[in-house]
Design a protein around this ligand. Structure first.
Ligand code: FES
Ligand SMILES: [Fe+2]
Length: 365
């Protein structure tokens, strides 16, 4: 490894990001016409756009000539022209094909110059970018983009997002933390701190993550009661966490289903974004559910966001922290999964799963 690559690798490790995964960079609706749009993932500045034939693309927002952000350049639906000296790059490959200053005396091989470039695809209303580690090659087979599970042809889908002033790890363990519910998400229709009771939940290992096994949701949650009311059958729920940052929840009750995915995406070292997408087929049973659901979900996210803003005040002073059993056990699994994945990648060995098998946890919430 060259010296600066070594330096880059050390810097990456210290940021605590997981490279070589797909991350949602933007909502599809944020890309309009032939406008170049800036985004940031894992502290990498990106310029994102859509070609005239509708293909989303993502380049490093930095011209390989002198670092001018390419987002200031011109885009004609096919290629990006840098605003400084007019070098032109193919938007889909990053390949340079024109340097206006070259004369007939120059021997520079233009086609050997590339702007930083990332695999990019649209799915579920997001522009996904595969963040290959800097100074590394793309793997031969790029894994598929994480999909939101749906269980019928017709369904409604909605997206929400919220930015947290936190490192990705705090965003994620906040998302999987069962003990803050009665304190942060108190409301008449959900639960109150007086409804705290002991719970027993079963977990099992899944590839790159863990699953809260299929179970009947606790009786203190109004939305599940509603579902049962409309389907006339018991509701069952299952929650997965999968590296690098995905929480999937599915609720099924008879023919009715609800499926959601929250991803926590690192933007900068102390900034991450929760993207929440939910789909369901409850429409006919409950025509008003879209606005009602959105306002519930927004309120939930806002409560988490306000909490993380306050927590960030405390974290600035680098306090010592604790993870306790059993309520913080999922957080411990997250850190262990992450460490074991990095070990496996470093050593070229299969990843060791931190859970030996199914585990039952107890907590009060
Ligand atoms: S900086 Fe982009 S062409 Fe010179
Ligand atoms: Fe929360």
């Amino acid at each position: 490894m060259r010296e600066n690559e070594d330096g880059e690798a050390t810097r990456e490790a210290s940021l605590g990001f997981l490279w070589d995964f797909w991350y949602p960079a933007l909502r599809s609706t944020e890309l309009r016409g032939q406008k170049l749009t800036k985004a940031m993932l894992l502290e990498v500045p990106l310029v994102v756009g859509r070609t005239a034939d509708g293909q989303a693309f993502a380049m490093r927002d930095s011209c390989p000539h002198r670092g001018m952000p390419l987002s200031y350049g011109n885009f004609d639906g096919k290629s990006v022209e840098c605003s400084y000296h007019g070098w032109k790059f193919d938007a889909c490959t990053g390949g340079c094909f024109e340097i206006p200053s070259l004369s007939s005396h120059d021997k520079l091989k233009v086609e050997r110059i590339f702007a930083g470039h990332y695999p990019c695809q649209e799915r579920d209303g997001y522009i996904w970018v595969y963040m290959a580690a800097p100074a590394s090659r793309l793997p031969e087979i790029i894994p598929p983009i994480p999909e939101l599970p749906v269980f019928s042809d017709k369904y409604k889908i909605t997206q929400l997002s919220c930015v947290l002033p936190s490192h990705i790890d705090h965003g994620i363990i906040g998302l999987m933390d069962p003990a803050h519910g009665p304190f942060v998400h108190q409301s008449w229709y959900w639960r109150s701190r007086h409804s705290i009771h002991e719970k027993e939940k079963h977990f099992e290992p899944i590839p790159n993550g863990f699953r809260m096994s299929r179970h009947e949701p606790s009786s203190n949650s109004a939305p599940y009661k509603l579902l049962r009311y409309f389907s006339g059958e018991e509701a069952m729920t299952m929650i997965d966490f999968v590296l690098p940052n995905i929480r999937l929840e599915e609720i099924r009750s008879g023919h009715l289903w609800f499926s959601s995915r929250a991803t926590v995406t690192p933007i900068e070292r102390n900034l991450c974004r929760i993207d929440f997408v939910a789909a369901w087929n409850l429409l006919r049973a409950m025509p008003l559910i879209v606005p009602i659901f959105r306002s519930f979900a927004k309120r939930f996210l806002r409560q988490d966001q306000e909490t993380m803003i306050k927590q960030a005040e405390g974290l600035k002073h680098d306090p010592r922290l604790m993870l306790i059993d059993d309520a913080d056990r999922p957080a411990k699994w997250y850190f262990a999964l992450k460490a074991n994945l990095l070990d496996a990648r470093r050593n070229g060995t299969p990843m060791v799963h931190p859970m030996p098998g199914p585990v039952t946890l107890h907590w009060r919430s």
